[in-house]
Design a protein around this ligand. Sequence first.
Ligand SMILES: CC(C)(COP(=O)(O)OP(=O)(O)OC[C@H]1O[C@@H](n2cnc3c(N)ncnc32)[C@H](O)[C@@H]1OP(=O)(O)O)[C@@H](O)C(=O)NCCC(=O)NCCS
Length: 406
Amino acid sequence: MEIEIGPYDGDARAFFEAGEVAFGERLRDDDLALWEATFEPDRAVVARDGSRIVGTAGIFSFELTVPGGVLPAAGVTAVGVQPTHRRRGILRGMMRAQLDAIHDRGEPIAILWASEGQIYQRFGYGLSTVATRISVARDRSAFRSPHHAAGTIRLADVDEAKRLLPPIHDAVRPHRPGFFNRTPAYWDSEVFYDPEHRRHGASAAWYAVHEAGGEPDGFARYRIRDRWDDAGPNSTLVVTDLVAVNPAAHLDLWRFLLDVDLMGRIEAWNVAPDDPLILTVAEPRRLGVALGDGMWLRVVDVSSALAGRRYRADGSLVLEVADELCPWNDGRWALRVEDGIPFVEPTTDAPDVACDTTDLAAAYLGAFTFAALADAARVSELGPGGVTRADALFRTDRAPWCPRVF
Ligand SMILES: CC(C)(COP(=O)(O)OP(=O)(O)OC[C@H]1O[C@@H](n2cnc3c(N)ncnc32)[C@H](O)[C@@H]1OP(=O)(O)O)[C@@H](O)C(=O)NCCC(=O)NCCS
């Protein structure tokens, strides 16, 4: 039977029931109750085999922090094809339908976290933030000089956390490219909802809130994976979230997390690549830093995406962008920044740099330089000094970082 791919007109239950199958799971009623509140049925795409849904793709309508601003972004989520229907082009069909719908809506950017890095690059998604893993033995986590706490830390229960955490996150969000806005329903279903099956054998989440002068200015969320060996306690503290408004609160929170008794090890799966921790500890190698893919980004509309961020300097550049999937992007774009304001238009001028949309995505939030992309044989310099001029415009002070998988 022919597979039909198109917009969704059903309810949340049928969508998630089908979607969970792709992840080898069965839908739980408690999960559904929360997902219903964030589900955007009018933005969902499904694949149907007869009356049966065999593939799903959803979207959160996010606002994404980009260098110098905020842009609407489609947060792609709940993508799956059931195991009986794989490698027949269903994902490709859903991606096509989704990209067209995002473009029609005028959203310049799509973002996602990938279960496997090789899935989405073929659809033009590029690596836009780096996730940095840390795994450090507690007894090797000393700072290089004595730490003087700038504030105090207390554990908050979930009701208090609901009140305290969102404003802290929102104070950081405008300053760090890669952050996206969270609605109260999103906080509830993705952060505060903490059922057993999300804990992977660890404790329920703990919320540590940092305060200075009575003002909350940072938080950490963590779990404890309990373990006792013959020699004594050897548990692991797993940091799931750490967000602070200022560096002093950030370091206080790290020191707290690294000093919890009975822990043998402290692990974090996604810290910013420029987290100050590596410059703070006495033994950086002991942090066991490992880099991996964070958020992937698709420049859905080159013109409005380029015009929607700010640049490090005034200047001009002609980019030759290759984009087979979205022909409206394919071609030469002149970017001119004057008094800090970018102007973007199609051009026939000679290009300085050639790239595809995965390369543009890797440079867009500032994760990678054009020079690094050229070293990786991805970007080509076509005009003299093109790569240097591109970096003079695109480079950012802070590494982009997306603090949560969605
Ligand atoms: C990933 C997934 C959605 C792919 O669906 P699919 O319908 O089999 O994909 P398609 O047949 O449209 O494949 C499109 C292309 O991607 C490739 N591809 C798809 N899934 C891939 C994977 N997991 N790894 C490597 N390549 C993959 C295909 O080989 C194909 O390549 P081609 O265009 O060069 O021929 C499906 O395997 C799945 O549901 N996996 C489990 C859940 C999951 O990981 N979802 C993604 C969450 S972010």
